[in-house]
Design a protein around this ligand. Sequence first.
Ligand code: ATP
Ligand code: MG
Length: 428
Amino acid sequence: MTQEIQPVRGMNDVLPAEIGAWQHLEAVTRALLTAYGYEEIRVPLLERTELFRRAIGEHTDVVGKEMYTFTDRGGDSLTLRPEATAGIVRALISNRLLRGQRHKLWCLGPMFRHEAPQAGRYRQFWQVDVEAVGCPGPDVDAELIALSARLWQRLGLEGLTLEINSLGTAESRRAYRARLVEYFERHESSLDADSRRRLGGNPLRILDSKNPELQELIAGAPLLTEHLDPESAAHFEALRRMLDSVGVAYTINPRLVRGLDYYNRTVFEWITTASGAQNAVCSGGRYDGLIAQLGGEATPAVGFAMGVERLVALLVAAGGVPAAVPPDVYVVVSGERATAAALRIVERLRAERPHLRFELNVGGGNFKAQFRRADKSGAPLALVIGDDELARGVLGVKPLRIESGQSECPIEALAAGVDAALAGLGRD
Ligand code: ATP
Ligand code: MG
């Protein structure tokens, strides 16, 4: 036997059995974002490698060891996007859409990171990305966070908690960084290999370490929130007041630093308390410097990304997935003439009643087998197209989910007959 081709590790198929949860999540999210005035944008999966190096930062895990980078046939270094913000910003710049304009955008699609695959952590995973470009104030940060809180509520997800922090400005972060390096250098012998490596490039990331043996050392480190510049402190204070006023509960996590370098001031993360190691479902923050850093005119911005697989898992666990909708009518076909005529009849019905779902029995089968399929489909009504009926210009009409005999309906009045039969079953 020919050997079967294996899927790529860490990349999943979303099968029809699971798609209901995905579609529900997408529909609720799309409706909510539209209601808040956000517009969809679609950007390429491939970008120049340089974009991510410059945006995300050389010393991050994402750029350092997780990117899918290759040289294309033209000799350019390209990378499968590991996140969406850089590409969206690039699109705003490339299409000359900045010019002091504001943009409220969202994007849905797959991202790629070469991580160690495990539950909730994949090499291709989907994100919903939301970005508000052009507003410097804490009001837009607060509205974005309120939007995410409302999304959990609309999806029926409970037990998500919000952590916030402020990273200050690039300058205040530099000053803090020096103090942090000084502190960790004093304790260098207690650091693990990962943290020692980060000490040179990205010392703030040490605060994010999951190593239990480092927690005490990290707890003693100087706090970023104590080194904020006055404007950032005021921004953070205003954000907290607004969250309080709309009743979005949060905790301040002074060690929340985020894995991408472009953030400043507000950062936040929604965490699930459900068991499992991957607990972040949505994370984001402000990135006022990124657009200028990528060659656009200096424009403040804030955004977040949520992990679709992790949210889908929570949605399924919470029983929040609506049941699949069965067809309205199952069409049973018997006989040679009937088979030849069935498609024409059903296509006419589909044209006349575009809101109804007709499941035509294709691929043959005897009457009994077809009625078994009709029952299994969940349709409330069957139409029976048989040679005898056709000869008399009628079709059989049979309710499926109640005890009832079969009646007949003239072919020329079929659409109205289907309406009446469905209405009689409480399905109009
Ligand atoms: P983590 O701490 O779990 O690695 P992150 O900080 O790298 O997350 P972001 O880059 O902020 O995550 O991406 C936003 C969201 O995308 C995360 O909150 C998470 O829900 C999801 N996500 C990130 N990486 C993965 C992955 N490899 N597989 C599945 N979902 C992911
Ligand atoms: Mg990560």
